[in-house]
Design a protein around this ligand. Structure first.
Ligand code: RP5
Length: 164
């Protein structure tokens, strides 16, 4: 099975990245984690991106805050799907990272999730990998069913609490 790379721009992004790792564990998807920065370690970013397909990766997830060019830098250096997680916090509350991540030029796409949307980054990565993996598709469907059941259970409790 193809691996997912989770790259964060700084170890200060770890609390957000860890939410992605939880879902990767839940879905039993193999992954590696690195701290690489578009600005502080551009050479390592380029080398990892250029070798990623050959090294068995299927999707790259990048979490970065502020002037968040990490996902864009990965997208510039490979043709694997790159998913960007804009990390919140800071004086602009993550809007800086959101716009830096999502506003990519034509031809170099970054699929961008919500600010701190680490879980959705992994669900999207899993859906990409599941195109060629029936077992993973079934695991995703099982999670959807469990999520629906949880909502209906909450509905039942709330309905019963307020019924007149
Ligand atoms: C970004 O700058 C990182 O992704 C992080 O979100 C932010 C701050 O980095 P540190 O100064 O905490 O290393 O590049």
């Amino acid at each position: 099975m193809k691996k997912v790379a989770v790259i964060m721009g700084s170890d200060s992004d770890l609390p957000v990245a860890e939410k992605a790792l939880e879902v990767l564990e839940e879905l039993n998807i193999p992954y590696v984690v690195h701290v690489y920065s578009a600005h502080r370690t551009p050479e390592e970013v380029r080398q990892f991106a250029e070798g990623a397909a050959e090294n068995g990766f299927g999707v790259i997830i990048c979490a970065a805050g502020m002037a968040a060019h990490l996902a864009g830098a990965f997208a510039a250096n490979c043709v694997l799907p790159v998913i960007g997680i804009p990390v919140g916090g800071g004086s602009l509350g993550g809007m800086d990272a959101l716009l830096s991540t999502v506003m990519m030029p034509s031809g170099i796409p970054v699929a961008t999730v919500a600010i701190d949307g680490a879980k959705n980054a992994v669900y999207l990565a899993a859906e990409i990998l599941a195109v060629g993996d029936e077992a993973l598709q079934q695991r995703l469907l099982a999670l959807r069913r469990a999520a629906s059941a949880a909502v209906l259970e909450k509905d039942k409790k709330i309905f019963e609490k307020f019924v007149k």
